[in-house]
Design a protein around this ligand. Sequence first.
Ligand SMILES: [Fe+2]
Length: 182
Amino acid sequence: MISREESLGLVKKHVKNRNLVNHMIAVSAIMKGMANHFGEEPALWEAVGMLHDVDYERTSDDFPRHGLLSAVMVADYLPEEGLKAIRAHNPMTGVEAESRIEISLFSADAISGMIVAGALVRPTRLEGMKPKSLRSRMKDKSFARNVSRENIMRCEEIGLDLNTFLTLSIEAMQSVSDEIGL
Ligand SMILES: [Fe+2]
């Protein structure tokens, strides 16, 4: 399995936007936390989270290719299971997210956006963030309106209730807070 250092290296090579790199670090941490929760393979899930948007700056004018190109770019580093999750995280590819890892990436992608938005309006950022306050932010439709609540809620399809998912995701992002500047 590709190491975290290697996958982060690939991301930095192909993605110049620092916010986007931070997004991938965050999704990677959440995916690792989800893998641990489910008793799945943390190294694989972590790598899938890290690499899922590696093509982002190359597909900006051809969004239906987003995810498909990532899977091609990292084909040598991940098993098919991981590549399919990457293809399926963009609904425009027509690849449906169905398995546990696929739905996890879908939900992790969305929840990371919500947590970043929530951290940015707190003086202490991620430090001390509670699932409960994030839940009330989620109910406010005008808050982080581009973050799909529906995508976040897909966690329930894989037996993860929202509270557990929020707790796990906040903790995961706190573990990389220095790296992502939050
Ligand atoms: Fe993403």
